[in-house]
Ligand binder design. Structure first.
Ligand code: 5GP
Length: 348
């Protein structure tokens, strides 16, 4: 047994120090990024925010809303659409910024091949290979196999939280490594297993490792307010993935329920009992559920939420004098705090 003594931080433990700036308005801030992916060689131009591949978030309706919004956000589609639905979607212009998500079973690989036979290969160009625990040798081999099979595909893979696994995945063919174990809004991994890593420190350490190798990271999980995205980008995240912050909208493709005149949408973790019952006929005996089911307030069209999030990030950039999102991490000094938000009138 060993104890690491240096303090690891979460979003709530820091604020961004304001800096003198020549910017006069947030309109002057460019929050799009340009990337050339390390392995696929493909380019990305857009706002690097990704809807998580979760039911109620990574939907085709969300991808369409993002396309309409025009800022180049992208959605990682849930893996529970049928081959035909996916093949049809990946022929449309709305899918240009969508990620095709898959796990690591043979069935997942077979399904991808079936979709690729019918989809437009110039549109289905981005894969999100997603497992709860990215630390297994088998996962690394799977990423290698996918890289060998699909040399021109952009591959995002995860999740991990430490530099050595970021390096291993990047060297095995990932273009983007997804970072986050346990911070999610409907995740119970830390409670059930005691395993995890404070998300801000995970981003800082993983981004540093990835950038050294010409790779990128996607900070996944734990953002609860727009300021958390600014902190994630400030910490060095290239992409930020959102689940809970995008749940509860018209684009969730799920049922809206009413209770005492208030409208709700059910939202759940992808390894919750709800998800396992829905998609795999129940919780396997050897597996504990590591996700929860919650009811989130129905919030209408996602457009207003996006405006809030993007407005927050633009404003953060003006506070530190970053004309482009790319400059935000260079301009960021975090200060450690004991309180960040004044909740005297409630949390909203
Ligand atoms: P959020 O933005 O809601 O805080 O976090 C979203 C992320 O939580 C997802 O992208 C995914 O990595 C993670 N996640 C989703 N469902 C589950 C689950 O059931 N269990 C765990 N441990 N993590 C989950």
């Amino acid at each position: 047994m060993r104890i690491e003594e240096d303090l690891k931080l979460d979003f709530k433990d820091v604020l961004i120090r304001p800096k003198r700036s020549t910017l006069s308005s947030r309109k002057e801030v460019d929050i799009k990024r340009d990337f050339v992916f390390k392995w696929s060689g493909r380019t990305f131009n857009g706002t690097p925010i990704v809807a998580a591949n979760m039911d109620g978030v990574g939907t085709m309706a969300m991808a369409k809303a993002f396309a309409k919004h025009g800022e180049g956000l992208s959605a990682a589609l849930t893996k529970h659409y049928s081959v035909d639905e996916l093949a049809a979607f990946f022929k449309t212009k709305d899918a240009h910024n969508a990620w095709y998500s898959l796990g690591t079973t043979k069935a997942d690989a077979d399904k991808l091949k079936a979709v690729l036979k019918k989809a437009d290969k110039n549109i289905l160009t981005k894969l999100c290979i997603d497992v709860a625990n990215g630390y297994s040798e088998a996962f690394v081999s799977y990423v290698k196999m996918m890289r060998d099979t699909f040399p021109k595909m952009t591959i995002m893979a995860g999740n991990v939280v430490t530099h050595e696994m970021v390096e291993e995945l990047l060297l095995s063919g990932a273009d983007v490594v997804k970072v986050g174990i346990g911070p999610g809004s409907v995740c119970t991994t830390r409670k059930m297993t005691g395993v995890g890593y404070p998300q801000l420190s995970a981003i800082i350490e993983c981004a540093d490792a990835a950038h050294g190798l010409g790779g990128l990271v996607c900070a996944d999980g734990g953002c609860t307010v727009p300021g958390d995205l600014a902190k994630a980008f400030g910490a060095g995240a290239d992409f930020v993935m959102l689940g809970g912050m995008l749940a509860g909208h018209d684009q969730s493709e799920c049922e809206i329920t009413q209770q005492n005149g208030q409208k709700f949408v059910t939202f759940y973790g992808m390894s919750s009992k709800t998800a396992m019952t829905k998609h795999s006929g129940g919780v396997a005996e050897y597996r504990a559920s590591e996700g929860k089911t919650v009811h989130v307030k129905y919030r209408g069209d996602v457009k207003a939420t996006l405006q809030d999030i993007l407005g927050g990030i633009r404003s953060a950039c003006t506070y530190v004098g970053a004309r482009k999102l790319k400059e935000l991490s260079k301009r960021t000094t975090f200060i450690r705090v004991t309180q960040q938000i004044n909740n005297v009138f409630g949390e909203s």
